[in-house]
Design a protein around this ligand. Structure first.
Ligand code: ZN
Ligand code: ZN
Length: 438
């Protein structure tokens, strides 16, 4: 029996994989204009990194992490009751923690330095129940700016992400930007107390999960999809009303800079994002055409405590991530092409198979001149070769026939204009003819 993919995983077939490659290239192009450079970190990290970085109370860590044991001494480890935490590995559920770990480990941001701007692209993993629009391995692109604390970094990052989505072709009317502030160590604890007493007063109206979260991270209750919880949380005190003056100024500056850049947004005081590490700015861009619950195209925020959490010097940070699969759905909903068909400039066809070697040599010559060429490898009838050329989207077909070839020529068929001309069989003549006709 044939072996098939496990549930929740998918293959990226050529039309899609090619689109993904261009998607990542476009992100590099846009983000590098803002000074972001690539970093590549492993898919596997020590599990503690995510527990400490993302937070034990987040769904990602408590329910959705793919865990593994370090391969060496696996049998010995399994036999032991207490497995050393260093031997527990996890497939990365998100990109930020690994990048921050690398920044700390390689001291990319020494004290007093200007900081570092990094971008990544790759697979992330969540061991959740597979459902529509949610994969166990999915693709994300993200950036992290570690060092500066200025609100202009937050505003710049948001502008950059909106610019990327526009460059991708998602219409502005199909997206909405939501913005909030989650405060800092100065203002959050007092607010937390205020929220706790409010939630305690309504404890019997909250779902089990929210009752449990109450002690870990009560803010997460704003994210609860339960109707009754949502009703309770609608009247809960908001952090935006309890920000310290530094946080309030930061929040206001981000808004002013976005206003000046002509980026529209909506303040959403219930936006908390799923991860525990955010401080001050959080934002999310949602697809408005989507009728699914999974409509966030991307989002992120400031994480001024995370570097310290991972073991570095206290260093502020800001970042965001965007989901490739979600963006693809948004493009499809907006009627924008989200796949790349095969591209072939010139197809080399054989009317007479005895000219096989001459055609092969010329095909190789034209490739060296920059043309995307395909060759009739398993040439059958000329008709079937032309059919294949059409399927490959070939713009021109060079036909090798004995009569023309005896005169030192080949027949070049323009598949769009439905014209054909005899052209001298030399690299130079073919290059100049093709260049003039593309
Ligand atoms: Zn504050
Ligand atoms: Zn709830």
């Amino acid at each position: 029996m044939a072996i098939t993919l496990p549930a929740g995983f998918q293959d990226m077939l050529p039309d899609d994989a090619e689109f993904y490659r261009q998607f990542v290239a476009l992100a590099h192009d846009v983000f590098s204009r803002y000074g972001y450079r690539s970093i590549i970190t492993p898919h596997l990290e020590v599990q503690d990194l995510f527990v400490r970085g993302i937070g034990q109370s987040s769904d990602v860590v408590s329910k959705e992490m793919f865990s593994a044991l370090s391969g060496e001494n696996m049998q010995k480890l399994l036999a032991r009751e207490e497995i050393r935490s260093k031997s527990k590995l996890a497939l990365r559920p998100e990109g930020t923690a690994g990048v921050v770990r690398a920044v700390v480990e390689h001291n990319l941001v020494p004290p007093q330095s200007a900081g570092v701007k990094l971008m990544y692209a790759g697979s992330m993993f969540r061991a959740e129940r597979p459902q529509k629009g949610r994969l166990r391995e999915f693709n994300q692109i993200g950036v992290e700016c570690i060092g500066p604390s200025s609100p202009s970094i937050d505003a710049e990052g948001i502008c950059m992400l909106m610019r990327f989505f526009s460059a991708l072709g998602i219409p502005e009317t199909s997206m909405k930007l939501f913005l909030n502030s989650l405060g800092c160590d100065e203002c959050r604890p007092a607010y937390r107390q205020q929220l706790l007493s409010y939630m305690n007063a309504h404890i019997h109206e909250l779902c089990d999960e929210c009752q449990h979260r109450l002690h870990l991270n009560p803010l997460r209750a704003f994210d609860c999809k339960n109707e009754q919880c949502a009703a309770v949380m609608r009247n809960a005190p908001r952090l935006s009303d309890a920000l310290c003056s530094a946080c309030a100024t930061h929040h206001q500056t981000v808004q002013t800079l976005l206003d000046n850049a002509g980026i529209s947004y909506e303040l959403d005081t219930s936006l908390v994002r799923g991860l525990d590490y955010y401080t001050r700015t959080v934002f999310e861009i949602q697809a408005t055409d989507s009728n699914s619950a999974q409509n966030a195209l991307g989002g992120g925020g400031r994480y001024d405590k995370l570097v310290e959490e991972v073991g570095g010097h206290p260093t502020p940070g800001f970042g965001f991530a965007l989901g490739y699969e979600r963006c693809k759905l948004a493009l499809e909903a907006a009627g924008v092409a989200s796949h790349v068909p095969p591209s072939c400039h010139v197809f080399f066809a054989l009317a007479d198979t005895c000219l096989f070697k001459e055609a092969f040599t010329m095909c190789e010559q034209l490739r060296s001149k920059g043309f995307a060429c395909e060759f009739a490898h398993d040439a059958k009838s000329l008709k079937s070769q032309l059919k294949l050329a059409n399927k490959l989207g070939a713009r021109m077909v060079v036909v090798y026939g004995e009569n023309e070839f005896a005169r030192g020529e080949v027949l070049v068929k323009d598949m769009q204009q439905h014209e054909e001309h005899c052209v001298t069989h030399s690299t130079q003549a073919l290059v100049s003819y093709l260049s003039a006709h593309f």
